[in-house]
Design a protein. Structure first.
Length: 241
């Protein structure tokens, strides 16, 4: 089997509709905040549940966007459908000597997901997290990869959909975790720059196994319009079809 990438539907539509496990690589805060807001908005509107785990500043920014759109977040919080957790406070619950304790993570995070799933049968469940970004940016990309795997195990045993975000900079255009590792653990890649996606597609074993084209999309009115691209991570037989 050969790993491949292919363009899918517009990124803004995917964020509203949901997907299995999306990784976002961003440069600008508005792109991050808009993506997370879109991811959370539809689930709340549909009577589902949302779990946000991020820095205090990013949680405030996302909440502000959602409230400006008229979402009843206080009501959703009272109903247990909207949970926002400071990553700096949540991570010590499952980190042991700088390493991810997978069993503890599954117990702690799983309890939140399971409780929400029982309260909202048949409704969408979505989470967003930047704990992996915090680990990778602090020089611990291996533990970020371990945490991605722990999230995937939680996704496999629930109906949870997950968006996680990594910040890129000029020194590291693909984000603060090894790019190949991002593709190994996610179903979709969302990058702010079409150019960086084009370059990423040239990386060794991740050369495209089938057709792809890069599309452009813009975020909500009044915000910057990054040349964002949503790419589906897939696989195909070496012979192709």
């Amino acid at each position: 089997m050969t790993q491949g990438l292919a363009i899918e539907r517009p990124w803004s539509s995917m964020l509203r509709e949901g997907a299995n496990h999306v990784v976002q690589v961003y440069r600008s805060s508005p792109f991050l905040h808009e993506a997370v807001a879109l991811w959370a908005e539809q689930a709340v509107e549909d009577g589902g549940g949302v779990i946000l785990i991020g820095s205090a500043a990013n949680l405030v920014a996302v909440r502000t966007r959602l409230e400006h759109r008229g979402l009843p977040l206080r009501e959703a919080e009272r109903e247990g459908r909207f949970v926002a957790l400071d990553a700096e406070h949540f991570m010590p619950l499952f980190m042991v000597n700088g390493r991810v304790d997978v069993e503890t993570f599954d117990r702690v995070a799983g309890a939140i997901v399971d409780r929400m799933a029982r309260a909202l049968p048949g409704r969408p469940l979505r989470a967003w997290g930047e704990m992996v970004n915090l680990l990778a940016s602090r020089g611990n990309p291996e533990e970020a990869h371990v945490l991605e795997g722990a999230w995937n195990r939680l996704i496999d045993r629930s109906r949870l959909q997950l968006l996680c975000s990594y910040q890129a900079d000029a020194r590291d255009p693909y984000g603060s975790a090894p790019f190949r590792r991002l593709l190994e653990t996610h179903s979709h890649l969302l990058q702010e720059s079409n150019e960086s996606v084009t370059e990423a597609l040239r990386l060794g074993p991740f050369a495209p196994a089938f057709w792809m084209a890069l599309g452009h999309a813009s975020v909500a009115a009044g915000l910057p319009e990054p040349g964002a691209a949503l790419v589906k991570v897939g696989s195909s037989d070496d012979g192709g079809s």
